[in-house]
Design a protein around this ligand. Structure first.
Ligand SMILES: Nc1ncnc2c1ncn2[C@@H]1O[C@H](COP(=O)(O)OP(=O)(O)OP(=O)(O)O)[C@@H](O)[C@H]1O
Ligand SMILES: [Mg+2]
Length: 235
């Protein structure tokens, strides 16, 4: 569904992603693992059109998107939930949810169906629909960021550090929500500091170090891989 082929990405003169290839099959959950600064966010930003690769290509459903505008990439069905949530603190929950629909991918669930789905997944957002985003708790803000993404009707959802700053009970809820999105047909590309959680949610994982893929395997195999255990699972 999403295929990254040998991309290189630079900030100014400095190349931070080198010949990186990655594949996310339709219906799958793929996780991208790596230490701070490895290049995970850069990869997601490049897929969503916020950065341009200097070479290589990115295909979504067989079509090249590496030169497409960010809004066109969303309309094609690839939606990025950024690190740090990027909410507008003075806008209400309901306004954020509405914002998500502006560039929605056409087809599949209707706007009303998505709205119902979002409130089923995150009932608290319905209760708090008039509240300003800036006054929500960290966990609620993360749910709102995901809800806004769902309203864009994604085929493929890219999540960057969704569990960041969440209490353990909220991390469990978030994991359930990600599972439920996937069971309802959304393909997932997940970047997550909690590598054990990421590998439990994913079918496959890629390990990147300083902008290169150094390991790729089934998630279950990566959980048992000594190198992964030592570097990312604290074992
Ligand atoms: N806007 C920018 N300008 C210059 N360099 C950048 C910029 N954003 C990121 N970098 C550099 O690119 C490299 C990759 O950063 P990136 O944010 O993709 O890492 P990451 O894997 O997401 O890390 P983290 O786990 O800390 O979020 C780092 O060396 C970082 O310092
Ligand atoms: Mg990052």
């Amino acid at each position: 569904m999403l295929e990254i082929r040998k991309i290189n990405v630079k900030y100014g003169q400095r190349e931070v992603i080198h010949d990186l290839s990655l594949e996310v099959p339709a219906g799958g959950v793929v996780t991208l693992i790596g230490s701070n600064g490895a290049g995970k966010t850069t990869v997601l930003k490049t897929v969503s059109g916020l950065l341009r690769p200097t070479s290589g290509s990115i295909l979504f459903e067989g079509r090249p998107i590496e030169k497409a505008e960010p809004h066109a990439i969303i309309e094609a069905g690839v939606v990025h939930i950024p690190e740090g949530r990027l909410l507008f603190k003075d806008m209400s929950v309901a306004e954020h949810i509405e914002l998500g629909t502006i560039r929605a991918h056409a087809g599949g669930r209707t706007r009303e169906q998505r709205l119902e789905w979002v409130h089923e997944l995150f009932p608290i957002l319905w209760e708090r629909r008039q509240q300003k985003a800036g006054t929500l708790s960290g966990g609620q803000q993360q749910m709102l960021a995901i809800a806004r993404g769902i309203m864009a009707n994604p085929k493929c959802l890219m999540l960057d550090e969704p569990s960041l700053g969440l209490a353990p009970i909220l991390v469990d809820q978030l994991a359930d929500a990600i599972r439920s999105l996937n069971e309802n047909g959304i393909t997932i590309l997940l970047v997550e500091q909690r590598v054990d959680l990421a590998l439990r949610l994913a079918d496959r994982g890629y390990v990147i170090e300083t902008g290169r893929v150094v390991l790729e395997d089934k998630a279950s195999a990566l959980l048992e891989n000594p190198r992964v255990k030592e570097a990312y699972l604290g074992a």
